[in-house]
Design a binder for this molecule. Sequence first.
Ligand code: SAH
Length: 351
Amino acid sequence: MIEFYKVTSQELEFWLKAEGEPLFRKKQIFDWVYQRSVTDWDLMTNLSTELRQKLKSNFRLSTMELVRESESDDGETTKFLWRLREGTYVESVLIRSDKRRTVCVSSQVGCPARCAFCASGQKGFVRNLTSFEIVEQIIQINQYLAEQGERVTHVVYMGMGEPLKNYNAVVASIRQISHEEMLNLSQRRITVSTVGIIEGIRRLTKENMQVNLVFSLHAPNQQVRKKIIPYARKYPLDEIIDGIEEYARHTKRNATYEYILIEGINDELKHADELCELLKGKQCAVNLIPYNPVPGVRLKRPKTKAIKHFMYILRKNRLTVTCRYTKGDDIAAACGQLALQEEIECDQKAS
Ligand code: SAH
């Protein structure tokens, strides 16, 4: 059995030809799968019974099962927990804001980065997701949204995992998501967030894609960064920033630097000043994320006054700054709160 979401347009053409089927079938099949989000071959009524049978015995359409769907109190965020074939779990988050329907996808089960402030890496790394498992998160959420006459409009690789440590599958999934015969979402509406895997950033620069790249900076210097991000020891900050700048130049997209604010670690005046110095003259935006609490982690979110002051200093220095107000933290769907299933169950028992 081949996973259908992996099959390229050309491969499907070859297959249809080999089966003696006319080529217009490709459009019909892609339409059912990617536009109408149908995950059962039997429901594709404009295909002949014979073709449906052949598709059924050759291609698998769905590989993960929805275990739980939780909605935040304000109704703006929905978290989906999926069980994968071998019984592990990943999560995706749907964020509604105005007309945007953004899906935050996971790219790995667990995470090798093990950042001090993040739930995803607490139990370590389990495995890479395949490209079709990434694409399927979007298809299934499209299926869910279709009931309200809506569709996913944006995709961010900010769920569980480090996307550039699963490079091939992530790039393959971006191609499927943006392919005009498939999910047909503009690459400009797709964002990849990375902890700073230099070789991955360089490779991505050469792909000639138009996706937004976000760098999880989180510290104004290498020394503070090393305290909270283990990968900082392997990848020096100045080299990562060079890579990010090169990506921005090459793709003509603005770079975005994410900066999580943690009390007493990186939220002081001197850190704000140093950050301004680091980013001076760069075509970029800074996205501040006040730390979201993670069970078992003894870190604190700064007081609102300190957050506002930090933002003020950055703005005074003419940096473009946004602050990502927490979405979905009542269902543990905010940044950094996605964890492996065992942890979620432990949390629920404890509360
Ligand atoms: N591995 C990728 C994607 C991670 S999640 C990366 O490192 O960029 C997306 C963002 O949420 C990252 O910037 C991540 O550092 C941040 N994040 C992780 N834990 C967080 C927490 N507890 N509070 C706020 N932001 C967090």
